[in-house]
Design a protein around this ligand. Sequence first.
Ligand code: FES
Length: 160
Amino acid sequence: MSSLKLDTKTEANDLIKLFGKSKEQLIPILQEIQKRHGYLPEPLLKELCGLADFSEAELFGVATFYSQFRFTPRGRHPLKVCTGTACHIAGATAIVEALQDELQIKVGETSQDGEFSLETVACLGCCSLAPVLMVRDEAIGQLDPLQMKKTLSRITEQKT
Ligand code: FES
């Protein structure tokens, strides 16, 4: 997933060189890692803690506090369910639950086969289609929680 071909040790050193090793740099460092990889690879985080002035407990404390950070790679089809007001009223919670059931994952996780990851997001700006699911650049609206299996098959067929 990473576009950089650095090994873990080299990358950790590179990050320290770029940002320094102080605890105040923890969030910018995590943001940079996530930008490079799309998630926070655990071996890199551990390597980093060996070099920096923050402990693993401090790093994981920060990384788990902010929802912007994730610990697993996104799936080939990243699913973002809108939980904005209009979508919430139109049944976004049932959509999230149906997807969790169907994929056997929780929000923030990726299915075992790497096909789907699940996130919730704020208003996507197409409230008239509520409830809405965004898959990459495509908004799928007026979702029916009873039709999730069909919706997922359609997504897989379209993108392969
Ligand atoms: S609230 Fe979901 S698109 Fe606006």
